[in-house]
Design a protein around this ligand. Structure first.
Ligand code: G4P
Length: 558
């Protein structure tokens, strides 16, 4: 494979754009790409649905092949499970498969109960989200949290209401909950006839066909049986009361519900709803077909000087996730890059926006479950894995041609704060290396005391499991035993106006001032009440729960 510098690539691209061949290829590739993440609460059926989707894509031969199955649920804060927990995000960081001439990139969001920042970052790389609900439970806490992240970026949301083969909540109240709690309009694509033992199938709203519920054999694609709603045979197959109720409810939706509006879907303001059952493979194919019809392709992404169109003829992308020790035998580190524009090619030399360095990307990988293959090229919407010898950090932009820096990925407000002590001074070097690398990787946020003499870093996490992972990894990968000492704070706020605005208000009480890795002031509070108090006392002080995005500046290290 020929290697070329970014400058040469620019020339090459311009030659291409003259004859239009490159643009044609790019256009075709962009048109074919769809990318999404599934947001759900543990146990809603994400693994099961993923398996079924992969089955349609021919990416796996039988259900059960997705490694995360089962393990995900078993993950607890138990030490022994940590390896497994990491195994999950490793095996399913991104799954790419083709279906009906569309290349689909499914980005995995770690689903364990202990919510981590990884999920937020993955959503930053997604163009669409599938919100998966358990029909018996409705909206659950983690789904709500993840939804909020999608909302920040107005990602289109497609809702699959799962486990219809089991007794569930009333379909109308499920819709109502989404509308009122998430402030999201709904448009049901199909409507269930009965539920649980009496689940008979769905009425497809567009065609008015009745699709009868059948259980597909495990690992097999479903063979759907559909009848026209007025087919007399239906009376032999579906109880009249159930069918009448479904028709009545559907009429209600026609009258009072929101109309189908693709612009509102794309704007993340209206969610198409699909009822089905992933386990029995009922409703998954119609869902996938409609999803691919309605989902948006790779979208323009905001960079420092405006939006970058995926059709830009030079390559750009950003790092949204780092993963160390993907393969414990090689102790390697991988940076996951979302391609945003142009074509990525193996052996390409790109600019690294933060450091200004030129980097030749000679071993880009496509990672599917545990298998890896070398990527020859990739297009907007795709994700590639790059070997990362400590060069890449979350949010880094890679580009060829015109200087580009994507908006960084915001750090979300941590809720757990602990001193990280190193009781053994002789291992300081390893301690320092480990802490810096884990911070870089985004395993945890690191804060520092403003008093320089206190050198111990503060671990700031969204979930308790993050702290355990850090400690566990420091020990297993850097041979440092550490002590984690809770600080008793629960709320963090970044001071938007920086140190000067903090100086202006003078002495403040009931909070601790620390600094983040970019030496920006952060206030830690024991509880929300103390935060409210400060806000009342100093209304001029602007506080933010989300760390302002930093790009192009190197953080301070230990
Ligand atoms: P998760 O990744 O979101 O955590 O959920 P997962 O797919 O592992 O599914 C959680 C449980 O829900 C599994 O049962 C799974 O079989 C079941 N499930 C998923 N979809 C459906 C469905 O449409 N209907 C019904 N009735 N169950 C469904 P399990 O007993 O915990 O595991 P397993 O023994 O089935 O593997």
């Amino acid at each position: 494979m020929k290697s070329f510098s970014s400058e040469a690539h620019q020339k090459k691209s311009s030659v291409f754009s003259v004859d239009g061949e490159f643009q044609k290829q790019l256009k075709e590739a962009v048109k074919r790409r769809r990318n999404f993440a599934i947001i759900s609460h543990p146990d809603a059926g994400k693994t099961t649905l993923t398996e079924k989707l992969l089955l349609y894509g021919g990416a796996i031969q039988q259900a059960g092949a997705v490694k995360a199955r089962g393990e995900q649920r078993k993950v607890t804060s138990d030490w022994m499970e940590l390896e497994k927990q990491r195994g999950i995000s490793i095996t399913s960081t991104v799954l790419q498969f083709d279906y009906n001439e569309i290349t689909i990139n499914l980005l995995d969001t770690p689903g364990h109960q202990d919510f981590s920042e990884d999920t937020y970052r993955t959503l930053a790389a997604a163009d669409n989200a599938v919100m998966l609900e358990d029909a018996a439970k409705g909206l659950e806490p983690q789904t709500r949290k993840l939804f909020e992240v999608c909302r920040l970026r107005n990602i289109p949301i497609f809702t699959f209401i799962n486990k219809m083969d089991r007794p569930g909540l009333e379909p109308l109240s499920l819709l109502d909950e989404i509308e009122s709690d998430l402030n999201l309009s709904t448009y049901a694509f199909n409507w269930p006839i009965g539920s649980g033992d009496l689940f008979r199938g769905v009425i497809e709203r567009q065609t008015r066909d009745v699709v009868l519920f059948t259980r597909a054999e495990r690992g097999k694609q479903s063979i759907e049986r559909r009848l026209k709603i007025d087919d007399p045979e239906i009376t032999n197959l579906v109880e009249k009361e159930l069918l009448d109720k479904a028709i009545e409810e559907l009429e209600l939706l026609e009258e009072a519900g929101a109309p189908l509006d693709i612009d509102l879907i794309r704007a993340g303001e209206l969610t198409p709803i699909f009822f089905g059952s992933a386990m029995t493979n009922f409703g998954v194919k119609p869902f996938l077909d409609s999803f691919l019809n309605l989902a948006q392709g790779p979208v323009a992404r905001m960079a420092h000087d405006g939006a970058v169109d995926p059709m830009r003829d030079t390559f750009t992308g950003f790092v949204f996730k780092l993963q160390a020790n993907m393969d414990p035998r090689h102790r390697d580190r991988v940076a996951f890059v979302r391609v945003c524009s142009g074509r990525f090619e193996k052996d390409m030399t790109v600019n690294h926006a933060r450091t200004g360095k030129n980097i030749r990307l000679s071993r880009p990988q496509k990672i599917f479950a545990q298998d890896r293959s070398v990527v020859e090229d990739a297009y907007p919407g795709d994700v590639i894995g790059l070997n990362n010898p400590g060069m890449f950090a979350i949010g880094d932009t890679l580009y060829t041609g015109k200087h580009t820096e994507y908006e960084g990925i915001p750090c979300f407000s941590p809720e757990i704060f602990s001193w990280l002590r190193n009781p053994n001074p002789s291992s300081f070097k390893n301690f320092k290396k480990g802490v810096n690398e884990l911070r870089e990787e985004g395993a945890v946020q690191i804060l520092y005391d403003t008093d320089q003499s206190k050198r111990d870093p503060i671990l700031a996490a969204v979930g308790q499991l993050q702290l355990e992972v850090v400690q566990h990894r420091l020990e297993s990968e850097y041979s440092v035993e550490t002590i984690v000492e809770p600080m008793g704070y629960q709320v963090a706020r970044w001071v938007s106006g920086g140190w000067s605005s903090l100086d202006e208000v003078g002495r403040i009480f009931n909070c601790k001032t620390v600094q983040d890795s970019w030496q920006r002031p952060v206030l830690l509070f024991k509880n929300k009440w103390n935060l409210n108090q400060l806000e009342q006392d100093h209304p001029s002080l602007k506080l933010s729960s989300v760390a302002p995005v930093v790009s192009g500046v190197n953080p301070i290290t230990l």
